[in-house]
Ligand binder design. Structure first.
Ligand code: AQP
Length: 337
């Protein structure tokens, strides 16, 4: 029996950070055994906000290096950049004509990202979830690893698939299921435990980049915001302490253990001791990944080869699916008549 297929993407909008690693990429590497996996550097999504062209190509290579260095094997899984496979943009347009304005108006990420200056946001930022639906359905992916923040977009993908199927009276698209990890980690900013760690945060001290060296990692953790109390004796004791909870959660994720176990080991200790242990652990876990990323990006030919090969394999999968969509919708192909 053929394996189920997963699709997931990451934007080349800046430097990859610990949140991307623990919340997504590390898990994607683990899913390769169970699924046929397609991982996409979603560069078309990255231009929904103003961008620097040189930085886009640099970040595209660096993100690709991050995927490989985190254990995604380009021989087993498909790794490519979205703009190289035109089926994404084409299917996205067709889905723009399936999705309803009311559905998009409910998307909270657009509201957050557009902020108060909504009239100045790009149409692309508004239609972002429709492109995401096209990314997934161009491969008839059955599962999508998503964090909490992307669940609403996956619901929209299912709505689009269902609406397409019922309009044309076919079971053409699967309704993709979220693939949520038991230990999924939402990593928060080191400066504010209520905000997620993000590439676009102005402060570099808010995040640990995957390419940060040992000294930078240690310094950022040392300077991370905390409160004056020692670590509590139970997980409930972290409830009103978002910064403390964040650091304990990061430790648990890096060590692949439950938060409870971290609490048992460090209860009653102050943050100077705990931060030192966390920094040591982060350096051990992230150091080799960051070094491999640097090695791979220094040899840009290697990355470009992976992306070119991945785009070819992705095209082989998506082209016949999108051709069938065209036919179902009634577009004339004079070459066939
Ligand atoms: N802080 C986080 N904790 C856990 N998971 C996270 N992800 C991102 N930040 C965290 C997950 O990483 C995957 C790729 O995300 P993305 O780069 O495509 O987009 P994003 O979620 O918008 O990430 P950023 O860092 O916040 O980027 P910007 O600043 O450009 O918007 C996704 O699976 C995401 O859930």
């Amino acid at each position: 029996m053929s394996k189920n297929r997963i699709f997931s993407g990451v934007q080349p909008t800046g430097s990859l950070h610990l949140g991307n690693y623990l919340g997504a990429i590390r898990n994607w590497a683990r899913l390769q055994d169970e699924f046929e996996a397609i991982y996409c550097v979603v560069d078309l999504h990255a231009v929904t906000a103003p961008h620097d062209p040189k930085e886009l190509s640099r970040a595209t290579r660096e993100v690709t290096a991050g995927l490989i260095a985190s254990g995604i094997d380009p021989a087993r899984s498909i790794i490519f950049n979205q703009s190289m496979v035109p089926e994404h943009a084409e299917l996205s347009w067709l889905f723009n004509c399936v999705a309803r304005l009311g559905w998009l108006n409910r998307m909270t990420q657009f509201k957050e990202k557009a902020g108060k200056n909504r009239d100045q946001a790009s149409v692309g930022l508004y239609a972002y979830p429709v492109l995401m639906a096209a990314d997934i359905l161009a491969y008839k992916a059955t599962h999508v690893p998503v964090g909490e923040d992307q669940k609403q977009h996956l619901e929209l993908t299912r709505d689009i698939a269902q609406s397409f199927n019922s309009t044309y009276g076919l079971e053409f698209f699967p309704l993709p299921e979220p693939q949520i990890f038991g230990s999924a980690t939402r990593v928060m900013s080191l400066r504010d435990g209520r905000k997620k760690m993000s590439k676009s945060d102005e402060s570099d001290y808010s995040r640990i980049n995957m390419t940060d060296g040992a000294d930078e990692i240690a310094q950022k953790i040392r300077k991370a915001r905390t409160d004056p109390d020692p670590l509590p004796g139970t997980v409930d004791g972290l409830a009103q302490r978002p910064e403390a909870l964040n650091l304990v959660s990061i430790y648990a994720a890096l060590e692949d253990i439950e938060i409870d176990q971290v609490i048992q080991e460090y209860q009653g200790q102050g943050f100077s001791t705990f931060k030192k242990a966390l920094a040591d652990l982060a350096v051990v876990r992230l150091g080799p990944v960051g070094n491999e990323m640097k090695r791979l990006t220094a040899e840009s030919g290697e990355i470009d080869k992976v992306l070119a090969d991945g785009a070819e394999r992705a095209t082989q999968l998506s082209r016949p699916i999108v051709a069938e969509v065209r036919e179902i919708m009634g577009f004339l192909d004079p070459k066939k008549s």
